[in-house]
Design a protein around this ligand. Structure first.
Ligand SMILES: Cc1cc2nc3c(=O)[nH]c(=O)nc-3n(C[C@H](O)[C@H](O)[C@H](O)COP(=O)(O)OP(=O)(O)OC[C@H]3O[C@@H](n4cnc5c(N)ncnc54)[C@H](O)[C@@H]3O)c2cc1C
Length: 363
């Protein structure tokens, strides 16, 4: 690991200036991804500007049912927040499904959204990788790509976005609040925050140098919506997703879907909002045949590689099982749809996805 200097920012303006002025300076939040990448030689900042002291560490529940989550809120505080558990249970589940308790106590909301891919070739500086070093080629396409993307990928890159939290937020129509380097504020829907790789896989988001995420806004969920996050992974204790889904569903009295939002994780370079499938399902009763047809339509444009084609069928089954569970009368993780931090999520203590963590997870 090469030497670096460390600065602690006391206000957003000086943090941005320090990153813009410094040679190869980067923001440091929890450090659980960035410091690992520095040890691997993938990230080589000369200066780290610690932003965890900035005043973005609150979760603000608003009267209209929306919430603003500060970018410095720790993952453990987010997953344990009562209002999040009750009105946005899929988000709490997604956070709890990621990493370990120790990591979640350090990791922040902004840092989680900006964590880098777990593609083994991106992390191995001895191998060509267009994302790490543009123009060198993609080692994964002809190599170990079992865990990598099947849709939205390009000839230059097949890496996936590893964040569980981002998938849940995608299905919740999250909006990313950014303080631009010059001091202006900008709000970008999560659906437009991440960029597909195309020919420039090194560029992953709309952020420019010095731009700081200040918070994530979640609008109120649809009236009466039920939601969940479900993750398939190789190892129970903690592991990145093989495929995951976040589903938000509101039904009519006749069982038809008034609104359905589906986002998929670990299949694409970005949290993948399955809009094609959503369009086919909205207004209909979610039979298994229709759910699988919708998933098939979603993946019509997929470009799987020999060892990750299985993800397409797995994603279809996951979508079908998740919507089925949410539309059955006693389905799990039903959001109360209320606007205050009261009531019960009705699935006390269990994440509904196999994790036995307690909700109150602090430190
Ligand atoms: C063993 C292990 C297992 C893991 N398993 C999972 C998993 O299953 N699921 C999952 O989703 N994640 C998993 N993670 C990843 C973990 O969630 C991330 O490392 C963490 O969320 C990153 O947050 P951080 O605050 O530590 O970010 P940092 O490492 O501090 O920063 C990450 C990046 O974001 C930038 N940054 C940070 N904050 C801001 C901001 N506010 N504005 C602009 N830029 C910013 C930094 O400059 C850096 O580039 C795992 C990590 C480890 C080490």
């Amino acid at each position: 690991m090469r030497p670096f200097t460390y600065e602690r920012a006391t206000d957003p303006g000086t943090a941005a200036t320090a990153v813009l002025d410094g040679t190869d300076a980067m923001f440091l939040a929890g450090g659980t991804n960035l410091v690992d990448l520095m040890k691997l030689g993938v990230a080589r900042p000369a200066t780290l500007v610690d932003v965890t002291g900035l005043p973005y560490d609150r979760i603000e529940h608003r009267a209209d049912g929306s919430v603003l989550i500060g970018s410095m809120v720790r993952n453990s505080d987010l997953s344990g927040d009562r209002g999040i558990r009750e009105r946005f249970p899929s988000l709490s589940q997604a956070v709890l499904a990621g990493a370990s308790g120790q990591l979640r106590s350090m990791a922040t909301t902004g840092g989680n959204l900006l964590q880098r891919t777990r593609c083994p070739y991106f992390q191995d500086v001895t191998k060509p990788c267009n994302k790490r070093e543009p123009g060198t080629g993609c080692s994964a396409i002809g190599g170990d790509h079992r865990d990598l993307g099947v849709i939205g990928t390009s000839d230059a890159c097949v890496a996936t976005n590893p964040s569980d939290m981002a998938v849940a937020m995608a299905a919740l129509d999250a909006v990313v609040h950014i303080r631009l380097a010059g001091g202006e504020e900008r709000a970008v829907p999560l659906s437009r925050f991440y960029l597909l790789p195309g020919d420039t896989p090194d560029r992953e988001t709309v952020l420019e140098p010095g731009d700081l995420i200040t918070g994530i806004e979640l609008p109120p969920p649809p009236e009466g919506a039920a939601m969940l996050y479900r993750k398939i992974r190789d190892r129970w204790s903690y592991a990145f997703a093989v495929v995951s889904v976040a589903a938000v569903v509101a039904t009519e009295a006749d069982g038809s879907l008034r609104e359905v939002r589906l986002a998929l994780g670990a299949v694409a370079p970005v949290p993948w909002r399955a809009r094609q499938a959503e369009g086919m399902l909205t207004g209909h009763r979610p039979t298994r045949a229709l759910l699988l047809a919708a998933a098939e339509a979603e993946f019509a444009a997929a470009r799987p590689l020999p060892r990750n084609e299985f993800k397409i069928g797995l994603a279809g089954d996951l979508i079908a099982a998740s919507v089925r569970d949410l539309t059955e009368p006693a389905g799990p993780a039903r959001s109360t749809g209320s606007t205050g931090p009261t009531g019960s999520a009705g699935f006390g203590g269990s994440t509904g996805n196999g994790n036995d963590f307690t909700w109150e997870e602090r430190g």
